[in-house]
Structure formats: C-alpha cells, structure tokens
Write a protein that binds this ligand. Structure first.
Ligand code: ZN
Length: 251
C-alpha cells in the first residue's frame, strides 16, 4: 500500500439505495458470500432485484476434488447461497478458474451481462492488489473487478461490442466494490447479518475443502461487519468503494 491515507478509518457514508436492479459480477462462487451477501439480503428484502454473475464455477477451488466434480458441487452451492439472500438468477460465464485474463474478451462477456440485465448499480469484488488486511489479492479477482468497471462503460456504447438483439445500456449510475481498502461508503446489515452467514455456510463443500480448522462463518463475517458498523453507528455494516460513472446528467 503506497497511500497510507487509505488505511485511516473514518465514518462510512450511507450508500444511495434509490435503485431497483443491481448486477453483481465476481470471479468465483463464494466471493459474494465473503462479505457482501448480507447487504444483498437487505436489498432483496426491500423489493429490489439483484442478479449474480459468476465468471467461473470455482472448479479449481477444492484441492482434494477433481475440477469436473467441483464445478457441479460449487455451482449448486452458489445457487443455494444466492437463494438464501433472495437472488433467483445466477449467471455463469464459464471462464477458467484461476487463470482469468483481463482483456477485451472478458469485457465483452460482462458488457453482455450489463446489457441483458440493465442494472442501475453494478457490484463487484475488491480488485486492489491487496485485501484490506494487507494479504495479497488473487489474480482472478483483480481481472474481473477491473474488467467490470470497464465493461459498464462499454455496455453504454453501441459501437463497442455491437450485438444484434442486445441494445446498449448506459443506465448504470455507480459501481460498488465490496471488500475494498478504499471503501468510504457502507450499508447497515444488522437485520440481515444472519442471512449473510447462512449464505456463506451454504458453501459447505468449499469450506470443508479449505481445511481451515475451527472456521466459523459468523465469527469471520462479524470480524469485518462489526468494525464497519462502528464507522456507521450500527451493529453491523458492509463497506463498499463507490465509483460514479460521472456523466453530467447524474445527480
Ligand atoms: Zn474468489
């Protein structure tokens, strides 16, 4: 981290919740559940629509299981974890787990998702080199997060990735990055924290495969949600870095 300012805790500003559809684009099954799922439960509980898009099926995620089997297991786990937080559409892009490349093909796939689902808010995962705790981030997360930010812009331009039958969509107002060291916004997840925990627990085969002795999803998620809550004056919160698209007619 070169910018020490980014590590200084400060109050989190509330996210703008005046929207009706969001698209969450992440690299792997479990990425939403390691921090953002409780916020999704809050929003679906408000009647908002949230769609999940997984770049991979997480098939390289379990050391002791062959990828073909893991793909099936983790796809099912993700669909169940999404259901728990009120998400009934999970898209899978079918990219190779562990070796996603940032580039034009990835931007094209994500832009197609944006045009298909026409969200006002796009959510993705941290694409900084590091997690907020200083641990090195993973290559797929960095590629997908960066490409998502770019694909949102691409989706609004009819001359970039023109697709018959798929109209451009320039209605995304903001991209929200979960788990970012640059988070300055947050949302109260006190009432939906338990749904977020249940959503993570749904990744049972994956969590078992990690072999983390005594891993407790509630304690783990609480260790992030409590400090964020302290910055919002709530018991629990989820934090996000907000990127506004910055078109002149945005308010
Ligand atoms: Zn991941």
């Amino acid at each position: 981290m070169t910018d020490l300012q980014r590590d200084v805790p400060q109050a989190l500003e509330p996210l703008d919740e005046s929207w009706s559809t969001a698209l969450a684009v992440v690299a792997h099954p479990d990425d939403m559940e390691f921090g953002a799922a409780a916020a999704v439960a809050r929003w679906t509980g408000q009647g908002k629509r949230v769609v999940y898009c997984m770049a991979t099926a997480g098939e390289a995620g379990i050391d002791g299981m062959e990828p073909e089997t893991t793909k099936e297991v983790r796809t099912a786990e993700e669909i169940e974890s999404a259901r728990i937080v009120g998400v009934d559409t999970v898209e899978f892009l079918g990219l190779p787990d562990g070796t996603i490349e940032y580039g034009v093909p990835l931007r094209r796939l994500i832009a197609q998702m944006v045009r298909t689902h026409r969200p006002e808010i796009v959510i993705t995962g941290n694409f900084d080199q590091f997690f907020p705790n200083g641990i090195l981030n993973q290559a797929d997360h960095i590629a997908v997060g960066r490409a998502t930010l770019d694909a949102v812009r691409d989706a609004g331009n009819r001359w970039v990735f023109p697709e018959p039958g798929l109209e451009p969509w320039g209605g995304v107002r903001q991209v929200w990055v979960s788990g970012s060291p640059g988070a300055r916004h947050g949302v109260d997840i006190t009432d939906t924290f338990d749904a977020g925990v249940a959503s993570l627990r749904a990744h049972q085969a994956y969590l078992d495969g990690l072999g983390w002795v005594d891993f407790d999803p509630a304690a783990f998620l609480g260790s992030m949600a409590e400090p964020a809550g302290a910055l919002m004056g709530t018991r629990y919160a989820a934090s996000f870095e907000v990127f506004s698209l910055g078109f002149p007619d945005d308010d």
